[in-house]
Design a protein around this ligand. Structure first.
Ligand SMILES: [Zn+2]
Length: 689
């Protein structure tokens, strides 16, 4: 027998294993299986399935409504020019470029959601749809790898149009989303049809980075390409792309001080940053990309600013809903010299100064919060620090889910924490969800892909360790990199219930650690664990809030772990430096932030007259209710109304009258569900007496 035979057999087995998606993590949304600094990696894109529950219900709406409906929206020239632009650029139709410059990338975000739904359903109709789209996108690409329909369409018509003429053209953003979408498509289907165009685009940027680094640096607007390039590196293992990822961060220092600004985070070199500033989508994409580069090269000088920036946001600049980017318009908090007016530059959709968190005028672009979530997961992956997972969860439930209506067809671009009908100050964006946002359709496909992909964030693996970051009814069916299987199920109605049951169905015949996140907001001593029905003594295992409880043993099929986080509805307050919430409280139940909507108030009660007395609320009455077809938990509790005479138009101040309070029953709904029952008034924060 020749020695080649076993090699060939082994190769055949490996190929078969690959076809059966046995790579365990190498076909994940973000592949950190071989990232030297990552302490964990995601399971493959189809390894986690929802078994009902809140997030499972959201996925079902994504599969059945959000994704197909958005496909119709983006492919119909009457509602979106995105698809037509690609077709014109591909030479399949005649016409001019229309729409915002970032539409190419936004179309690809929707495509990514389509691929993720396909990964779960394996519906051949979706595969045909994907193939058709890829055929057009690939045809639209220039031979040198450049892909940006706004430039390619006039160039095809013989007009002289230059690349990178305007930093607001978002060329690298569009090509970055091409790379990310292609990585997901390749990992799900094994096809290289979109991966090859994405590699060509990465090569184009790599050439540009060598030949015209200043141009590239100046045009790094919403730098999705940092994350994109790193996924291309993780697929190809070509060190050129790692080098490119590193250079993309470094060349930001080449932006001349006269061009750089806090708005675009290019006033100072990345390594010197200490404060999250400027356009929050751009900032969070940059930080997420920086974390990807650190995961691969271990450059501590990259990690340090990322940790400082993450603390800066968590400690001073994030809403209780996990949203970021508080300001419609503001000024750079620093400038070259904050004492000299001439250096101050304007910022918009931006991080404000510390504690600057308005509610009525909160900007909170949905994309900024999604970018924050992407950054948080990457920080978690390189640290294993449960605080990042806590913040991720907070952001997912309260910052990302509200971006789309429960029925799946209306979108928020900005996300206020309070809405009052008398506050008629004209602002740039609607505070009612809209069926279309033609001038800025970035958030809708971003929220749809994130909801479609949410299951990827529930678990993570590292050698002989399985991490449970999120609690949700789901099944994990995966393999470790050595091929040994792992199957476990979570039975729970979390976040509407505090009890979680983890059932092991298959595990390797060796010690494996099960890491269960004990959220930081759980009171000390509140969480309880049982293993196969027997309570685990506190001395046997540490259940410290803000950490992972670790159970290490040789698991056998049928083992059951029961975790009771024991949480109840609680009122929260903000640091008094947050001027907008002084004297007010917000209601939370587990990870969910609640709000009060005007249509749940007794007749004749104005939302701004409602007061709560947290100390006298002895019990909450939970009720399972339906809003727009979604099942959720509402909380009723005793509050007060201090009926005040109506304010006259133009009346800014008046003598205070201490009206006697009347007791009323208030009802709170999860914040993610607000605005689904007509155009209501709403508030997260309520005055406390
Ligand atoms: Zn957006």
């Amino acid at each position: 027998m020749s020695s080649a035979t076993p090699v060939r057999l082994l190769w055949a087995c490996l190929t078969l294993a690959a076809a059966a998606s046995a790579f365990g993590g190498e076909r994940a949304l973000i592949d950190t299986t071989r990232s030297p600094q990552a302490v964990m990696y995601m399971p493959d894109l189809a390894d986690v399935r929802w078994d009902g529950g809140l997030l499972g219900e959201r996925f079902a709406v994504a599969r059945d409504t959000m994704v197909p409906h958005m496909g119709e929206l983006m492919k119909n020239p009457a509602t979106s020019p995105a698809w037509k632009n690609y077709r014109i650029a591909a030479g399949l139709e005649q016409g001019r470029f229309r729409g915002p410059p970032f539409n190419d990338g936004d179309f690809l975000k929707w495509f990514e959601a389509l691929v993720q739904v396909y990964a779960i359903t394996r519906d051949p109709k979706l595969e045909a749809q994907m193939d058709e789209i890829i055929g057009v996108v690939a045809k639209a690409q220039r031979e040198d790898g450049y892909l940006h329909t706004q430039t390619i369409i006039p160039q095809r018509a013989g007009e002289k149009t230059k690349e990178f003429a305007d930093r607001e053209h978002f060329e690298t953003y569009n090509m970055g989303h091409l790379m990310t979408a292609a990585a997901v498509h390749y990992r799900v289907t094994g096809k290289r049809t979109l991966l090859e165009p994405a590699i060509k685009a990465a090569d184009y940027i790599e050439r540009l980075c060598r030949e015209r680094p200043e141009d590239l640096a100046r045009n790094a607007i919403c730098p999705s390409h940092y994350m994109g390039v790193m996924e291309i590196y993780r697929i190809t293992r070509d060190p050129r792309y790692l080098k490119l990822g590193e250079r993309l961060i470094e060349i930001r220092s080449l932006v001349p001080p006269t061009d750089g600004s806090d708005h675009n985070q290019d006033r100072m070199p990345f390594r010197q940053m200490t404060e999250a500033v400027g356009h929050a989508v751009r900032a969070n994409y940059l930080y997420a990309g920086g974390a990807d580069v650190f995961a691969e090269n271990g450059d501590a000088a990259l990690l340090k600013p990322l940790e400082v920036l993450a603390d800066n946001v968590a400690d001073k600049k994030v809403y209780i809903t996990g949203m970021t980017g508080a300001l419609y318009d503001g000024a750079s908090p620093d400038g070259v010299d904050h004492r000299q007016h001439k250096y101050i530059k304007t910022v918009h959709q931006a991080y404000g100064r510390a504690y600057q968190l308005p509610n009525l005028t909160a900007y909170n672009e949905t994309c900024a919060t999604i970018g924050y979530g992407m950054w948080l997961w990457r920080m978690l992956a390189v640290s294993g620090d449960a605080a990042y997972a806590d913040q991720f969860e907070q952001t997912l439930y309260n910052g990302i889910l509200p971006g789309i209506s429960l029925e799946g067809k209306h979108y928020f671009y900005v996300n206020a924490l309070k809405k009052l009908k008398d506050f008629d100050v004209p602002l740039r964006w609607s505070r009612t969800r809209e069926a279309n946002i033609p001038v800025s359709f970035c958030c809708p496909p971003n929220v749809v892909r994130t909801i479609a992909e949410a299951h990827n964030y529930v678990y993570a693996l590292s050698p002989d360790t399985v991490w449970v970051h999120l609690y949700a009814a789901s099944t994990l069916d995966t393999k470790w990199l050595d091929g040994t299987p792992l199957r476990l199920r979570q039975q729970t109605d979390y976040p509407f219930d505090h009890r979680v049951k983890v059932i092991v169905d298959a595990a390797p015949a060796r010690d494996v650690a099960l890491k269960l996140r004990i959220p930081g907001w759980v009171r000390p001593g509140q969480a309880k664990l049982r293993l196969n029905g027997a309570p685990l003594a506190d001395a046997a295992i540490e259940l410290r809030p803000g950490s992972y409880a670790t159970l290490r043993r040789t698991w056998k099929a049928g083992d059951v772990v029961e975790l009771d986080l024991g949480f109840e509805p609680t009122f929260w307050e903000a640091n008094p430096l947050v001027e907008e919430t002084v004297g007010q409280v917000a209601l939370r139940y587990g990870p969910l932030v609640y709000c009060v909507e005007s249509n749940d108030l007794p007749a004749g009660v104005a939302l701004s007259d409602v007061v709560v007395t947290p100390g006298s609320v002895r019990r909450f009455q939970p009720a399972t209710e339906q809003i727009a077809g979604a099942s959720l938990l509402t909380l009723a509790f005793e509050g007060q109304v201090r009926r005040r005479t109506a304010w006259r138009p133009g009346q800014l101040y008046r003598e205070h009258a201490d009206e006697a309070p009347q007791t009323i029953t208030l009802k709170a709904v999860p914040y993610y569900a607000w605005g689904n029952r007509g155009d209501t008034e709403m508030t997260v924060w309520l005055p406390a007496r």
